[in-house]
Design a protein around this ligand. Structure first.
Ligand SMILES: Nc1nc2c(ncn2[C@@H]2O[C@H](COP(=O)(O)OP(=O)(O)OP(=O)(O)O)[C@@H](O)[C@H]2O)c(=O)[nH]1
Ligand SMILES: [Mg+2]
Length: 596
């Protein structure tokens, strides 16, 4: 099978083109460093079935960040039949150097001048014949986002592959990667002779927006307000959808499942309905909110505002031993901590990378969001919901900053970094849809992996031994709860909550499902029962603990694999457990002392 690799600088649209050509859904975003690992898919090129490979962006073939090494390692170990060099046409004067570096490897290549739509708007024109002559490889114009030029690209790619006499071996490439060349002069000559760039680029819209959004003292308040409004929006639209889902699951149970299972043995009935169905449906009711959350997230990621957030926070983050990129990883962590941890690969300094990785698990991910939405609905008035939610996000940031300050001495860093501010963009409906669908799939995979396992375990622990009342002190769950009571009593967490927390260590998605199983109820009945059992101080203490302690096993596994150190993984686990307990303790005892 032929192998085609996409190479280019970060944020040039490689993954967008990959998705276009293959129909896959690699993650796309207006931030350099979204792709950190290989992704491959099959495509039909001329008469060949080819493997198309999306790679992380790189500034330099000889760069030494972890994601640049991924590319080098790939080229040194795989025979490649064609390289598609993807450039951002509006930055051709800076990006052509990489194309020349790649050319010097001697691989068959096609130069793809992407983002033609933006180049046209900026008034940049290309003489592609001339450029092709100069650079001695086919050159073509394309817009991956809108799909213009893709058929021509496939045609050209097929031609190049067909003409190719023999393959360059990976070992040869590895050798050539060692050698360095001087290509600045050649690059200048090509740009001068075959590209027309207006002396002043008309990037007016972006500049005008930035005048406001990057305003020295309005910038941050605007950022905070915008974040607040986005969450407010997600709740206002999402909460009724969630209610509707819960109601649907409820009537399905009473009208269909209960009659259907009425003749089954009591234990089976209990396991299926009070265990699996209650648990899974309580969690599944959150799907609309999660989808909505990621739709908004995909718009934010594609807008280019992340880089502005990095810019606004950079000076502050530097005081904490981090930089603006760390803040963006934390924002990405609001979606899911795992890709955020992998996103730190763009950092070249090991110390900075580890310090950032230590803070990311404290970022309030969408799985924890479910717990909070649920507990807030149980314990607070609807009018208070947004404020409580917002305070939890602030708490998440506070613990992140605190962690960085406390540990910055241990992780030295001296990496200067230059922040690029890409133009503002708006995702196409197709991009938003791809992302939303991707997240739903991810959720379902996790659900089948963790949630069903979790709720069945919780059901077993709360129903056995079966000579005592369900979920009472005498059950296995009760015994575990009593064991941890000396630790959890001082922070107001009772046995039922304790069991949910223990399973929450596996994945936060289990927590709400476990509560449903432990209480043997779902929907409104569950909420009413819990509201009667807990007061808001206990609920808040539970939320604080859930917020801060280790998010899930996947995060732990990623921490270990990215840091290549079990010691670091344990540091993260122990630190977050200790911090979670301490903050819950201070809150709970403080609130009680004040008479709440
Ligand atoms: N206007 C315009 N935007 C594009 C085009 N192609 C990609 N983009 C946008 O450019 C941004 C970066 O796209 P990605 O596909 O994630 O870029 P990448 O090269 O894979 O980036 P890394 O994985 O970080 O190296 C996204 O906001 C895309 O929507 C295009 O042809 N025109
Ligand atoms: Mg990419």
């Amino acid at each position: 099978m032929k192998r085609i690799a996409l190479l280019g600088m970060p944020n040039t649209g490689k993954s967008t083109l990959f998705n276009r050509l293959s129909g896959a859904s690699a993650r796309v975003g207006n931030w350099p460093g979204i792709t950190v690992d290989l992704m491959s898919a099959k495509v039909l090129v001329g008469g060949h079935i080819a493997e198309l490979i999306d790679l992380p962006g790189l500034y330099d073939l000889h760069g030494f960040s972890d994601d640049e090494q991924v590319v080098r390692h790939f080229l040194s170990n795989n025979e490649v039949d064609l390289v598609l060099i993807v450039l951002n046409s509006t930055q051709i004067d800076r990006q052509l150097s990489l194309a020349l570096q790649i050319r010097s490897l001697g691989l068959p290549a096609v130069l793809v001048l992407n983002m033609q739509d933006e180049a046209k708007r900026a008034g940049i024109t290309f003489d592609i014949e001339r450029m092709a002559n100069k650079i001695s490889m086919p050159v073509l114009r394309l817009s991956a986002k809108y799909g213009d030029g893709c058929p021509t690209l496939l045609q050209k790619a097929a031609e190049v592959i067909d003409q190719q006499a023999e393959q360059v071996s990976a070992a040869d490439i590895a050798k050539r990667l060692e050698a360095d060349n001087q290509i600045d002069a050649e690059m200048q000559a090509i740009v001068e002779q075959s590209v027309q760039i207006p002396t002043t680029l008309n990037n007016d819209t972006t500049d005008n927006i930035d005048k406001v959004l990057l305003h020295p003292w309005l910038g941050l308040p605007i950022f905070i307000l915008a974040t607040f409004l986005l969450f407010q929006f997600i709740f206002t639209v999402g909460a009724p959808l969630q209610d509707a889902m819960a109601w649907l699951f409820d009537i399905t149970r009473t009208n269909i499942l209960e009659p259907l299972l009425s003749s089954a043995p009591a234990w089976l009935n209990g396991l299926l309905l009070d265990g699996i169905y209650n648990g899974v449906s309580t969690v599944a009711a959150f799907v609309p909110i999660i989808v909505l959350f990621f739709l908004v997230m995909s718009m934010v990621e594609d807008s280019g505002y992340l880089s502005r957030a990095a810019f606004l926070m950079d000076a502050f983050m530097a005081k904490l031993g981090l930089d603006g990129r760390g803040f963006v990883m934390v924002l990405m962590g609001f979606g899911c901590n795992v890709p955020a941890l992998m996103g730190t690969r763009v950092m070249r300094s090991k110390g900075m990378r580890l310090l950032t990785m230590l803070t990311i698990p404290l970022s309030l991910c969408s799985a924890r969001l479910q717990i909070f939405i649920f507990m807030i609905a149980v314990l607070f008035e609807p009018s208070q919901a947004a404020l409580v939610m917002f305070s939890l996000y602030m708490m998440s940031l506070f613990t992140i900053f605190l962690t960085a300050i406390l540990f910055k001495g241990r992780f030295e860093n001296n990496e200067p970094f230059i922040l690029e501010l890409p133009p503002y963009r708006f995702p196409t409906a197709r991009q938003i849809w791809l992302r939303g669908w991707q997240e739903v799939k991810h959720f379902l995979v996790r659900a089948s992996k963790f949630i069903i396992f979790g709720v069945v375990m919780v059901w077993l622990l709360t129903n056995f031994p079966n000579n005592v009342p369900v979920a009472s002190e005498g059950t296995y769950a009760g015994m575990i709860g009593s064991f941890f009571a000396p630790l959890l009593d001082p922070i107001g967490i009772d046995t039922k909550l304790a069991i949910a927390l223990i399973f929450g260590f596996v994945a936060k998605e289990i927590v709400v499902g476990s509560l449903a199983v432990i209480y043997g109820l779902q929907g409104d009945a569950l909420m009413a029962q819990m509201a009667g059992n807990l007061d808001w101080v206990q609920g808040m203490s539970f939320m604080l603990f859930s917020l801060i302690y280790t998010p899930c096993l996947s995060t732990i596994a990623t921490l270990k694999s990215e840091s290549k150190s079990s010691g670091f993984m344990w540091l993260s686990i122990v630190w977050s457990l200790a911090l979670a307990w301490f903050i819950s303790f201070v809150f709970y005892q403080g609130a009680r002392a004040l008479g709440f």
